[in-house]
Design a protein around this ligand. Structure first.
Ligand SMILES: NC(=O)c1ccc[n+]([C@@H]2O[C@H](COP(=O)([O-])OP(=O)(O)OC[C@H]3O[C@@H](n4cnc5c(N)ncnc54)[C@H](O)[C@@H]3O)[C@@H](O)[C@H]2O)c1
Length: 328
């Protein structure tokens, strides 16, 4: 958020703050002068992601479970007036959610109800929600914000869609503004999951073999995490004064890169000796959408597009993650 002259620093709450996107968001909000309260149950998030933020006296961390809106810790409800809640907490293991639908109900939907309850308690009138391209399901057409019907093929996508609906309803009662931002695949340092994380983990366990989930033809758009954070802040700065529901796809303009290209780049970074093995299926797991094309025309019209293509973003993220894992 831009700080305008004479304006008091904004107070923000970030859920999922110790996770991949949340921790980068916290760093950027702090660098822009905000006071930030971060919360996470540390299920997937790591305190080391918040090492830089922790050294800033405008940052406070509250470890809290948000999976039950009737049991939100008092410490969170008592943080005092808050300008904006950024709801980033969710399940990020889509395959686990296919095996057990309680996971996305708790970590993706109920956490959203908790975020809304915190908005009420702290009088935060603006909520930013990390939604996903997964709400679109499997669809051959260019997917724009008004694409329908929305028929997700994962419990993760289903609970994100339900969460969008709950947020939309809250705009009719206690929220002034909801930013529902649908992300593509986001990549970069501090990853806690995803294809590059999976490859790093596998190459650490066995440097001679990279077993790919699926046949490698899956092709998706990828956005570098710093550009995602920049895009979110751009959207909010541009339309913050306008009440209502603001729905945006965020992503690159291209159609993406294939998993086999990512595997090749990963093996090159790890010394080039691993054999890459594929499975005989076009998708990595139940609920995986192997291809989608994603319209970012609405965001283009607002005036933002990323500098990095999916391929640039992928190469940068592979280098960063390989470095973090000590694979280079
Ligand atoms: N990374 C992507 O490619 C991507 C794509 C589309 C949407 N998103 C969305 O962006 C947001 C951030 O994703 P991410 O990649 O940083 O994932 P992440 O798993 O790194 O971060 C989510 C954080 O939420 C926390 N969390 C989960 N359940 C919780 C609960 N019940 N109570 C409290 N904390 C809980 C986790 O510990 C984790 O730190 C998520 O909402 C995700 O669905 C991410």
């Amino acid at each position: 958020m831009q700080k305008h002259p004479g304006e008091q620093a904004m107070k923000m709450l970030v859920t999922g703050a110790a996770g991949f996107v949340g921790s980068h968001l916290v760093d950027e909000l702090l660098s822009r002068g905000a006071t930030v309260v971060g919360t996470d149950n540390l299920l997937r998030g790591r305190m080391e992601n918040l090492a830089g933020a922790g050294a800033n006296d405008r940052f406070t961390f509250i470890e809290a479970e948000l999976g039950d809106p009737d049991k939100i810790p008092d410490a969170l409800l008592a943080i005092g007036p808050c300008d904006m809640v950024w709801h980033m907490a969710a399940n990020s293991d889509i395959a686990a959610g296919a095996r057990d639908d309680a996971i996305d109900f708790r970590d993706t939907f109920q956490t959203t109800r908790s975020a809304l309850a915190i908005c009420r308690a702290t009088d935060a009138r603006r909520l930013v929600f990390a939604s996903t391209s997964a709400v679109y399901g499997e669809n051959d057409e260019a997917l724009a914000e008004d694409t329908g019907p929305l028929l997700p093929i994962s419990n993760y996508g289903a609970m994100k869609l339900a969460a969008e609906a709950a947020i939309s309803a809250a705009v009719e009662t206690f929220l002034d503004t909801a930013f529902i931002l649908r992300f593509p695949n986001v990549i970069g340092s501090r990853a806690t999951h995803g294809v590059i994380y999976d490859f790093c983990q596998k190459l650490m366990a066995d440097p001679s073999l990279l077993q790919v989930l699926g046949d490698g033809t899956q092709k998706k758009p990828y956005l570098y995490v710093a550009e995602l954070v920049e895009a979110m802040l751009f959207i909010i700065d541009r339309i913050a004064g306008q009440p209502g529901r603001h729905l945006y796809n965020i992503g690159p303009r291209d159609e993406g890169v294939s998993v086999s290209e990512i595997a090749g780049a990963m093996v090159t970074h790890a010394g080039g000796t691993a054999t890459i093995a594929y499975q005989d299926t076009d998708r990595g797991w139940v609920g995986d959408v192997p291809r989608f094309s994603y319209s970012t025309a609405k965001l283009d019209r607002l005036g933002w597009s990323p500098e990095l293509t999916s391929r640039d973003a992928m190469l940068r993220a592979v280098a960063e993650c390989a470095g973090e894992w000590g694979l280079t």
